[in-house]
Design a protein around this ligand. Sequence first.
Ligand code: SF4
Length: 491
Amino acid sequence: MTGRDHRDLGGPTEKCGVVGVSLDERAAARPLYYALYALQHRGQESAGIVTHDGFQQHSHVEMGLVGDAFGEDDLDQLNGPVGIGHVRYPTAGSVNACCAQPFSVSFKSGSLGLSHNGNLVNADEIRDELAGLGHAFTSDGDTEVIAHDLARNLLEEDLVRAVKRTMSRIHGSYSLTIMHDDTVLGVRDPEGNRPLCIGEVDDGYLLASESAAIDVLDGELVRDVEPGELVILRPDGEGFDAYQLFDRENSAHCFFEHVYFARPDSTIDDQLVYDVRRDLGRALWAESGVDTDVVMPVPDSGRAFASGYADAAGEDGADVEFAEGLMKNRYVGRTFIMPTQDARERAVRLKLNPIKDIVQDRTVTLIDDSIVRGTTSTQLVQLMRDVGAEAVHVRIGAPPIVAPCYMGIDMASREELIAADRTTEEIGEEISADSLEYLSIESVAGALDQSRADLCLGCVTGEYPYDIDGETTDRDVERPTIGSEPAAADD
Ligand code: SF4
């Protein structure tokens, strides 16, 4: 499903999408606008672009979808061949215009624009320290904290050393596109939790959360930004310089990007998301395939899982039909969103309608990417029974979500998560399925072609790759000590 669908149905919702471009002479505004359109699934709360024309910044940031946030006049006034953009789903900070991004501001050290995807663990500590040193904050978001820290470091250091110094102080998940005066740069946190990639177009280079944003500009994916790497796009679109500022033994990619958040047509960390989802579906059949008449995806992201599952079943000689038996009403929009159980239950009935002829008097396997609260799954199983299914099995292409996410995904609290305190069997009973199985962590790592140690698995193990108050960590990470003036960054 897209994030919007999941939000409507009470599932996890995405974080944000970031982009930055440096072109030869062409105005950056429209390429940024198209790129943000391609990243719309990552955030629908607000959209913004900040450009620089060599003399000054130009900014336009609005609440709402990309198509609603910008008119022709807005794009015309965003002058300059360099710029950054952002689509936001609120993670840290309030749900209002003050936290919409890119965050842009002028300091003594020059103008700065920042777009942030992720969530810092120690933003409050740094904010308190900087406030004590006289910095005035206008929002409660962690992006402004990064901006102030970087601006302060830029007073004493060159750009690379200033970024390194800020990175040594902030702890958590971040992929950033930054504009310092008319220089665009991108940074990925040392654990590489959030995606960020480099693309090339005819007259320049860009940085984006997902490669789909490069595709819409007829560009080519160059490569991912490495965890702990800083990439500076040269002016005039002439190339980029890369600096490996931090090296960790292990990364901590959010496995949910491939499972569900990213677009299937994006390539992240060298893997096409669609292929990974098909492989996850195949692994699901291998682990817990059940013979039924029909395999049915929960649209949209369940499709790739279900087609992989059905193919693998067919190769094993199972007589299983793959069918799109749940039709989505695409016009149930945000006006329907209400944070109550009743609203969420009704949203399912409005959004997904079963095709009776496919389901009636048959055994069905429903394939989905995750179960969060269980509301959607319960409703879908009931829908299948209402139209005459003989049996309803549910297979999930990810492990049970047992803990919240502190890295920027709105996953619900522990109390709300159906798997936090129940076994798979108990959840199956609760959603009234004839059987329920999840995919193992080992199979997820296998499909992602990553070692388990290089993935963030916080929401499915309760152990996180960062030092988070009150939680356990699955690695040797140390939160920086904040509160005294930091030492200068090493070369
Ligand atoms: S806790 Fe889960 S959703 Fe959050 S970053 Fe880690 S894997 Fe992704």
